[in-house]
Design a protein around this ligand. Structure first.
Ligand SMILES: [Zn+2]
Length: 331
């Protein structure tokens, strides 16, 4: 507990949350990817009405001091290499402009045009060195590959060299679109794809090869916390995999960071809290894809100590993003 977060008896005190899962829809990006965005939302156009003012109003209402902005699905990978490089650049320059125009209120995870490795390496250099990105935004799968795939190793090696924060957002994997009629992919497939992505990093040795990357996964880890022991057991039974995770599966899973967006219910939080130290848990909202209220109220009402609530609302994120220490948000 730092001096900027003194104990308070006032339950209504502004929690000054740091939201690590908050989407932006840059107008030019949204118009170029409109068809895919609407496919994901099953035709609901609400997210297309997003503006910085809409986001700031929600941040005020729910005590969010700072939001690290990122693209929504489909991210920067859409309709081929050249178009994707262009989308990443549009998004990153827009996010950097908001970060500059609203100091302390907004940060940015840089979009990368993965699976285009050369384009991603070039965009990492530009976004980190020229735009001051707070981290990188990646997705849980790209076409038929999950992100630990050896084809992407150069990108993670570079992010490791930079000790980058890497926000891994779920998406609909190619294998599993429209599996169950009437159930959109973001209900089930997104959270299973988080587990696939983490398993892909484990089996390819990415976590142990790139120990300086600070990973953030979404939605209280998706389905991973309840499958962790099963995955751990598989690796233990295969001695050939020992070199990929020399410190063990559970060591790596406990090192990752997890946001709690749209997953502040008892069963999701219980599974996550039984797996990882509370230092690894971050606050996120998933706005405008989800209303902020349910996550905020779910967390504020969850039966856990005020110290842990403060850590998740703000202090854990400050260790990753110290530049937001001065941002208080208005209230
Ligand atoms: Zn999201």
């Amino acid at each position: 507990m730092g001096p900027e977060n003194p104990p308070s008896a006032d339950a209504n005190a502004n929690p000054r949350r740091i939201d690590v899962h908050h989407h932006m829809l840059p107008p030019e990006y949204a118009s170029l990817t409109r068809d895919r965005i609407l496919e994901i939302t099953s035709g609901d156009t609400t997210v297309l009405k997003w503006t910085p003012d809409v986001t700031l109003e929600q941040m005020e209402q729910f005590g969010v001091a700072s939001s690290i902005l990122s693209l929504p699905v489909p991210g920067a990978w859409y309709e081929g290499k050249e178009n994707s490089r262009k989308l990443a650049r549009i998004a990153n320059e827009y996010g950097a402009r908001l970060s500059k125009d609203y100091p302390g209120r907004f940060g940015m995870f840089a979009a990368l045009p993965l699976p285009d490795v050369d384009g991603s390496l070039a965009e990492i250099e530009y976004a980190f060195d020229s735009l001051g990105a707070d981290g990188a935004y990646l997705q849980t799968s790209y076409d038929d590959k999950w992100p630990g795939d050896p084809a992407f190793a150069a990108v993670f090696d570079e992010l490791n060299r930079r000790k980058a924060i890497v926000f891994v957002h779920p998406t609909e994997p190619c294998c599993c679109a429209n599996l169950i009629p009437g159930i959109p992919s973001n209900v089930i497939e997104f959270v299973f794809d988080t587990t696939r992505a983490i398993t892909s990093f484990l089996v390819n040795g990415t976590f142990s090869r790139c120990p300086e990357i600070r990973f953030i996964f979404c939605h209280s880890g998706g389905t991973m916390p309840v499958l962790a022991a099963r995955i751990h057991g598989f690796f233990q039974a295969r001695s050939a995999l020992a070199s990929r995770v020399p410190n063990g599966v559970l060591y790596e899973l406990k090192k990752l960071n997890y946001d709690i967006a749209n997953a502040t219910n008892n069963s999701s939080l219980a599974a996550l809290l039984n797996l990882v130290p509370t230092t690894q848990i971050l606050w996120g909202s998933d706005f405008p894809y989800r209303a902020v209220g349910p996550t905020a109220n779910g967390w504020d009402n969850y039966q856990i100590s005020p110290e842990i609530k403060r850590a998740v609302n703000r202090e854990n994120a400050l260790k990753l993003f110290p530049r937001f220490a001065g941002a208080s948000g208005k209230k």
